[in-house]
Design a protein around this ligand. Structure first.
Ligand SMILES: CCCCCCCC/C=C\CCCCCCCC(=O)SCCNC(=O)CCNC(=O)[C@H](O)C(C)(C)COP(=O)(O)OP(=O)(O)OC[C@H]1O[C@@H](n2cnc3c(N)ncnc32)[C@H](O)[C@@H]1OP(=O)(O)O
Length: 263
């Protein structure tokens, strides 16, 4: 079966976001994963109905999932990771396991390339292209983060540790780096909710500086959906939630895969 580039990319995107592609009436429909399962299967596990990325036709390397703990993570980052990760899978009365309310979203430095097998995108996107937030190899130097999504509450959280390369004012995080993380978190959340989107508008209020090297919590929540438009808002707070660093709102507009890849 011959698929268009846009279809191949759509398939990859859905694998990344843990969704299934259904076909009907010549349209590609994106369906969220089934919520309840007898035994927990991670949406990206090889035993789930969605093939794992590592099972795709990428013969040379396993893509690194950047959202897993590494030695650069401080205790705040680890504790919050454990807190949300423990709510991804919960015990049942009969001693088994089932899905909890949260899902951890894996994160790769070149998601679409891996998801499509590394063949097709290399012709349309420069071979050295990397996801901005995952482009620095040194662990802990720049953007260390992990995202969790809660489908029921239409919420997303991100635990973010800002490394030394993200300095703006002395000892504080650069406002552009904060904007990048907000765009990434609410953009990923909007993609999870609405399929392929692009940022149309982002409004940010910087309320108090973020100390360089510290860990903060980003939250994203859905405000409303109007046709192609998804409105979300975000807050950046200290890990205990007592200090507000940044607040933002964003508008994301649904686009076709063709728009996204310039086809
Ligand atoms: C995002 C991809 C996700 C991939 C996920 C992979 C898996 C996860 C892996 C890794 C996650 C990383 C996640 C990163 C996320 C980062 C996202 C970005 O930074 S995106 C780059 C910056 N954004 C641009 O470059 C857009 C440039 N602008 C455009 O392309 C167009 O203007 C676009 C698509 C936004 C809209 O253009 P039209 O022609 O399709 O649609 P029209 O008719 O103009 O607008 C539709 C509706 O939206 C309103 N609208 C458009 N722009 C607006 C604005 N700025 N303010 C208010 N309303 C606006 C309009 O008034 C209209 O509303 P009415 O339907 O009439 O009610």
């Amino acid at each position: 079966m011959i698929r268009s580039r846009a279809q191949q990319i759509a398939r990859g995107l859905c694998q990344i976001m843990g969704r299934e592609l259904l076909k009907g009436n010549n349209k590609t429909i994106i369906r969220p994963p089934t919520q309840t399962r007898q035994t927990p299967q991670h949406p990206w596990s090889s035993s789930s109905s969605v093939r794992t990325i590592s099972m795709l036709h990428w013969p040379f390397t396993q893509p690194r999932d950047f959202s897993l703990p590494n030695t650069s993570w401080d205790s705040d980052m680890r504790q919050l990771y454990e807190h949300y990760n423990s709510m991804c899978e919960v015990d049942t009365e009969d001693g088994g396991k089932k899905w909890g309310p949260w899902r951890r979203l894996p994160s790769y430095n070149r998601s679409l390339k891996y998801a499509t097998g590394g063949v097709y995108l290399s012709k349309i996107i420069h071979s050295k292209a990397r996801l901005f937030t995952r482009s620095i190899k040194e662990q802990g130097a720049a953007f260390e983060y992990v995202m969790f999504v809660n489908k029921e509450e239409q919420k997303c959280v991100c635990v973010f540790q800002a490394g030394h390369l993200l300095e703006g004012p002395p000892g504080m995080v650069h406002g552009g780096a904060i904007a990048t993380m907000i765009d990434t978190v609410i953009g990923t959340h909007a993609t999870y909710l609405s399929g392929p989107v692009m940022t149309a508008n982002l409004n940010i209020n910087y309320c108090s500086p973020i100390p360089l090297g510290s860990t903060v919590l980003l939250t994203s929540s859905l405000d409303k959906e109007e046709g192609r438009k998804t409105f979300l808002s975000s807050q950046v707070t200290s890990t205990d939630g007592t200090k507000l660093h940044t607040e933002a709102t964003g508008l994301f507009v649904s686009v076709t895969m063709g728009h996204l890849v310039g086809a």
